[in-house]
Design a protein around this ligand. Structure first.
Ligand code: NAD
Length: 295
């Protein structure tokens, strides 16, 4: 049993903390909002009044927060009161620069640290089937792995500090671009009089095959479990896809990489959000693309 502090008990953090309890760990949590605190309490998490109280005596401190500024702020607050040698793990999706800053804050107090963003969404968080992409030195990763295994089924060490976040935003840039590509193909097929099922049957076993088509198919029918069959309820909200595409473009700018399709995908999701669809599943982008087609 490990004593774990968990800060940020939202849609992802709540079920992740619950899985740590199920795995036999002693979990003390904190969130700014009462509803997630109440749910976590019901799941067996001891709730502290403040983040600094939650981390006292913890061997592992995990954060699952909205953005880089929240992570840097919480790490700055809790690191000075953390136990000697406590392992710091951030599982949020944040910009690479903030991730590196968080590692520096930990290193200044001689605490090991890992950035470990996830893929797999709320379903993966509930089912403990998340994929973790970790950045940090080999020793810190080795300590983090058994804890992450209680919340996920695939744990990949991507490299040094920030490498987990780099892997996450590169993966999600592929995802944003591929969903738009698959959706455009269905819109074109409709105009050409080709059925959704026929395009799916061909492309899913041909060179157009990809996750956006075979798991998250943006039209209802071919993949019964995709959000398209559930009125495009998320799933993975378009606003979160936009957040990740923005992170990828910030990183590309800072690193001097050319990612024209990533930039275009960002602008398409930006318009979709402005049209009021940030809360829809990101596969709903097909409606926006249909609307763009000339009459
Ligand atoms: P969420 O908004 O449901 O949860 C974030 C929680 O952090 C909220 O409950 C909020 O009250 C809390 N919080 C904010 N500032 C805090 C502070 N200073 N101290 C304590 N608590 C604080 O978001 P989520 O969907 O759980 O996502 C969390 C992270 O995981 C994000 O970085 C997101 O990009 C990433 N992510 C989400 C998904 C998904 O499908 N939801 C998938 C992969 C990654």
């Amino acid at each position: 049993m490990t004593s774990i502090a968990f800060i940020g008990l939202g849609n992802m953090g709540g079920p992740m903390a619950a899985n740590l309890v199920k795995a036999g760990h002693k979990v003390t949590g904190f969130d700014l909002v009462e509803a997630p605190r109440a749910q976590a309490r019901a799941d067996g998490v001891t709730i502290a009044d403040k983040a600094v109280d939650a981390v006292k005596g913890a061997e592992v401190i995990i954060t699952m927060l909205p953005a880089g500024k929240h992570v840097v702020s919480v790490w700055s607050e809790v690191i000075p009161v953390a136990a000697k040698g406590a392992l710091m793990i951030d599982c949020s999706t944040i910009d690479v620069e903030s991730a590196r800053k968080a590692h520096e804050l930990a290193a200044a107090q001689k605490l090991p640290s890992v950035d470990a963003p996830v893929s797999g969404g709320t379903g993966g968080a509930k089912g403990a089937t998340l994929t973790f992409m970790a950045g940090g030195d080999a020793k810190a990763f080795a300590s983090a792995k058994p804890v992450l295994e209680a919340m996920g089924k695939k744990i990949v060490h991507c490299g040094d500090a920030g490498a987990g976040q780099a892997a996450k935003i590169c993966n999600n840039m592929i995802l944003g671009i591929s969903m738009i590509g698959v959706s455009e193909a269905f819109v074109l097929a409709e105009k050409l009089g080709l059925s959704h099922q026929a395009l799916f049957d061909v492309a899913s076993t041909s060179s157009g095959q990809c996750w956006s088509l075979t798991t998250y198919c943006p039209v209802p029918g071919p993949v019964p479990t995709s959000p398209a069959n559930n009125e495009y309820k998320p799933g993975f909200a378009a606003a979160l896809m936009l957040k990740d595409l923005r992170l990828s473009q910030e990183a590309a700018k800072a690193a001097g990489a050319r990612t024209p399709l990533g930039a275009h995908a960002e602008s398409i999701y930006e318009t979709y959000e402005k049209e009021g669809h940030g809360g829809d599943d990101f596969s709903g982008i097909i409606h926006h693309l249909r609307h763009l087609m000339p009459k």
